[in-house]
Design a protein around this ligand. Structure first.
Ligand SMILES: Nc1nc2c(ncn2[C@@H]2O[C@H](COP(=O)(O)OP(=O)(O)OP(=O)(O)O)[C@@H](O)[C@H]2O)c(=O)[nH]1
Length: 375
């Protein structure tokens, strides 16, 4: 395959991934870096197409322009990876990097022999390697942040590979003055092929990472109650079912905050929301301390699953929770608050729904008793 075909293929690959990433910008779950990455690869795609035309027409000016665009694409890509990893490199430094690289490249281009030549191969290779070094720095941080994901590692390997390739190519060109004449064709073909592979690797790594992250966020949304951050009803039921299937004996508590409507009516919904969030925090602490499951089942209704064996008795845990909500009531509405509770052991019913139904019946008995003034 001749070099111009490989360059065009590389351009098409960059363009395809750029369009996909650009389309993801509208996805509310996508990362902010999506837009920068799409722009960078759009610029790279254009630069490869211009480069192909430059080689075809033997135009030095077009070759210079294509190289400046390649540098711009590379530094824009560094910006995207920096944003993705929150690596802390300032935009100013990236712009400065691009300006310096363009200035050095332009100076060398206009002061060297016309046509592709040894000096320009060395200059372009080293200058591109610098921007890949920035990518490597940001991607190394990304791999540390997401050690469980394979995609940052793919991106890191691809970027180390292309950076090394640039350095080797530049060094070969320095050490061999005949490089351009004897090896250029083969070496450039190999180099462009490697650039094509790296475009593929970068695309697959980045898009794969984006998809993985947005799936994780969607999963979170599906499992977590939006207001309080604890499990929603569906996930609470699923986790409870897992305990039941694993035959881990437990008791399920159904809790309902008393007279919550009057909190909303007298102090406003934002205070009501605050109470719900604070109560959820207390439940979450219990979940973590006792390997339980806490969830918001509806408005001001909550579920708590506690393993049968806990270091302190369930009565004490519930008493702690009661004094916690009483104190929260004092703090937020100036009077103690309370909740009513119904309970059912996993030994007393066969399915999660049966357990919840039985606990619910007992909860409403407790409510009736509360209103009847019996407790
Ligand atoms: N602030 C806030 N209020 C909510 C939310 N979800 C449900 N509610 C309110 O919770 C209140 C529940 O009222 P009720 O079912 O009468 O319960 P209650 O006033 O606690 O009465 P009892 O349960 O019988 O003690 C309603 O006013 C709902 O508007 C929420 O997300 N935020």
């Amino acid at each position: 395959m001749d070099i111009i075909t490989i360059i065009i293929l590389t351009g098409i690959t960059n363009l395809t991934f750029a369009l996909y990433s650009w389309q993801q910008v509208r996805n509310p779950e996508s990362h902010l870096a999506c837009k920068d990455w799409a722009q960078a690869h759009g610029v790279k795609a254009v630069s490869f197409f211009i480069y192909a035309i430059a080689l075809y027409t033997f135009s030095d000016d077009l070759r210079w322009f294509a190289n400046i665009l390649i540098l711009l694409g590379c530094w824009a890509e560094a910006r995207a990876y920096n944003k993705l990893a929150d690596a802390g490199i300032k935009l100013f430094h990236l712009v400065l990097g691009f300006m310096l690289a363009s200035a050095i490249f332009s100076y060398m281009h206009f002061n060297s022999a016309p046509g592709p030549n040894n000096t320009m191969i060395v200059t372009a290779s080293y200058l591109i390697a610098v921007s890949f070094l920035v990518n490597v720095f940001a991607l190394y941080k990304l791999t540390r942040q997401h050690s469980g994901s394979v995609f940052p590692k793919v991106l890191l390997i691809v970027n180390v590979f292309i950076m090394m390739l640039c350095l080797i190519r530049g060094t070969l060109a320095i050490e061999n003055p005949d490089y351009i004449i004897t090896q250029a064709l083969f070496s450039n073909q190999l180099f462009m092929f490697a650039t094509f592979i790296s475009a593929l690797g970068n695309g697959i790594g980045f898009i794969g990472f984006l998809k993985e992250r947005s799936d994780e966020k969607l999963q979170m949304r599906a499992n977590v109650d939006y207001l309080t951050g604890i499990h929603n009803r569906q996930h609470f039921e699923l986790l409870t079912k897992e305990k039941l299937v694993a035959r881990e004996p437990f008791t399920l508590y159904f809790m309902d905050i008393d007279k919550f409507k009057s909190v909303n009516d007298r102090f406003g919904h934002s205070t009501g929301d605050l109470v719900l969030r604070e109560f959820s925090k207390a439940l979450l602490q219990i979940e973590n301390r006792f390997n339980g499951v806490a969830g918001r089942l509806g408005g001001e209704e909550f579920g708590l699953v506690l393993p049968e064996q806990t270091p302190i008795s369930h009565e004490r845990i519930l008493a702690e929770l009661r004094s916690e909500i009483a104190a929260q009531g004092e703090q937020y509405i100036g009077e103690p608050m309370s909740f009513s509770c119904g309970a059912c052991s996993s030994r007393d019913a066969g399915t999660v729904h049966d357990i919840m139904r039985k606990a619910d019946v007992l909860l409403y008995k407790a409510k009736d008793a509360l209103y009847a003034g019996e407790i």
